[in-house]
Design a protein around this ligand. Structure first.
Ligand code: NAD
Length: 309
């Protein structure tokens, strides 16, 4: 398994580290328009690799070097500065995707390659990359709300004193400010959230739920304020997504892919089954009418942003 990572800043490096530690790939090539940065990252990661799984890591200084890649991860582009929203990155990162995707497609096998998008604003970049690459939507996958869902699970785990492994909970819609917490589909140890709270005598009041929503929606802003950018969480999310693809695990992940055609085209996160061929199926989660309305609103925001390109 050979993978390429395009854009080796904070996120690309964290992705490379997390993927390297899975032992799932035998070769990883790194490309960045800043060649010095890519070479330095490859050196550092190569040294780290001597302590773990055998993976060949190298920097390439042109797109021919990504030939033979099964999966290409795109993590290039501007990140949010303190106070900036993901949507503020729209025009400059669209230029980055327009630059990268045709060059990637000229050097990979379109019959089997899978593109993983990380660049923000994520859902719009997925739509743009899918239309530029002309790949089937099932093979252009954005990390979507995987990270938001992980943040929700972490917060719920602390609140309920239960391992995150025993909690199924999804954040849906835009990977951005309009994302929606699907409270109706949360299960803890197979019980609905309400049942679990009743049995453990640990009620989750409306005020606590809205504090949790606030914390999920603001997690990235707080991390960016504190350490300048976010990278570890997304590195782990990409590596988890990659694992489901490489091992054909058919896990259900909240990733973003394009659905619909014409004026109905949209990429946003829903629970989707992910395996070796990419996204295999999409689920319609249980939602209240308020949650379904919020999800439709989130979709409209993504479509509006896409229309500005
Ligand atoms: P960064 O500034 O540290 O790194 C970006 C890298 O992209 C730089 O090394 C730059 O040289 C490279 N680059 C820019 N344009 C390029 C091009 N045309 N070709 C090749 N390389 C190019 O930024 P970062 O913190 O690593 O963030 C990268 C992206 O990931 C941002 O858009 C950020 O918002 C996004 N991000 C997404 C998530 C998510 O959940 N999807 C989470 C965190 C960050």
């Amino acid at each position: 398994m050979k993978i390429a990572i395009i854009g080796v800043g904070s996120v690309g490096s964290a992705v490379a580290t997390a993927v390297k530690n899975t032992g799932l790939v035998h070769e990883m090539v790194l490309f960045d328009r800043d060649g010095v940065r890519a070479r330095a990252a490859a050196e550092d990661l190569g040294h780290a690799a001597t302590f773990g799984f055998d993976v060949k890591i190298s920097a390439v200084n042109n797109y021919r070097g990504i030939r033979g890649s099964d999966i290409v991860i795109i993590s290039a582009g501007a990140n949010q500065k303190p106070g900036e929203t993901r949507t503020d990155l729209l025009q400059k990162n669209a230029e980055v995707i327009r630059d990268i995707v045709p060059k990637v497609m000229a050097n990979v096998d379109p019959k089997r390659v899978i593109l993983i998008l990380v660049t923000n604003p994520l859902d719009v970049m997925v739509m743009l990359a899918q239309s530029l690459s002309k790949l089937p939507p099932s093979r252009v996958i954005g990390t979507g709300t995987m990270l938001d869902s992980a943040r929700l699970r972490t917060i719920l785990s602390r609140q309920l004193s239960v391992s995150p492994q025993s909690i199924h909970s999804y954040v849906l819609g835009e990977h951005g400010d309009s994302s929606v917490i699907d409270w109706s589909s949360v299960t803890v140890g197979g019980l609905s959230l309400d049942d679990f709270c009743r049995q453990t005598k640990n009620p989750l009041t409306a005020a606590t739920r809205s504090t949790i929503e606030y914390r999920v929606h603001n997690a990235a802003y707080e991390i960016i304020r504190g350490r300048g950018a976010t990278w570890d969480g997304i590195g782990a999310a990409v590596s988890d997504l990659l694992r489901s693809i490489v091992n054909d695990e058919h896990r259900i992940l909240t990733v973003s892919t394009v659905t619909g055609t014409g004026s109905h085209v949209l990429a946003m996160s829903l629970p989707r089954v992910v395996g070796a061929s990419g996204v295999i199926a999409t689920l319609n989660p249980k939602m209240s009418s308020a949650e379904a309305n919020a999800l439709r609103r989130s979709g409209r925001i993504i479509q509006k942003n896409f229309s500005h390109l």
